[in-house]
Design a protein around this ligand. Sequence first.
Ligand code: HEM
Length: 128
Amino acid sequence: APDQTPYELIGGAETVQRLVNAFYKRVGQHPDLKPIFPEDLTPVARRQYKFLTQFFGGPPLYSQEYGPPMLRARHMPFPITPKRARAWLSCMSEALEEAGIEEPIRGFLFERLTMTAHHMINTPDDEE
Ligand code: HEM
């Protein structure tokens, strides 16, 4: 239908779960990201599943549980450098592919994620 959300177009909950699994598998192995994440990625993966569900136009699972996302504020305790934003986006780009999300929707979602990732930067590369 012409009114389908990206969430519906990519296949809903199952696809978002595949994406989140593929993403944190990479985060946990990435030398620039691993040090700022907790050892156990399960809790953050659960919150990200809820966030991405609503970000892609599905039910507002994140806000129902945690209120307004205010993601930039929630990232302030962590030094998000331009280098880490690039690392985050490279993990996400590979995860979108592994989850089987196809063009053109993949490019559309990656563009929105790129803007959000840039918005999260709060520390210059030389001050981390
Ligand atoms: C939480 C890193 C971008 C969504 C976190 C945490 C870290 C982190 C370290 C906290 C983990 C913990 O709870 O200890 C980064 C880095 C980014 C980035 C390095 C690079 C730009 C993004 C983007 C999004 C996002 C673009 C959304 C599209 C989230 C969410 C949480 C989170 C939903 C959980 C927030 C909460 O409820 O506490 N991130 N992040 N992050 N991040 Fe990011």
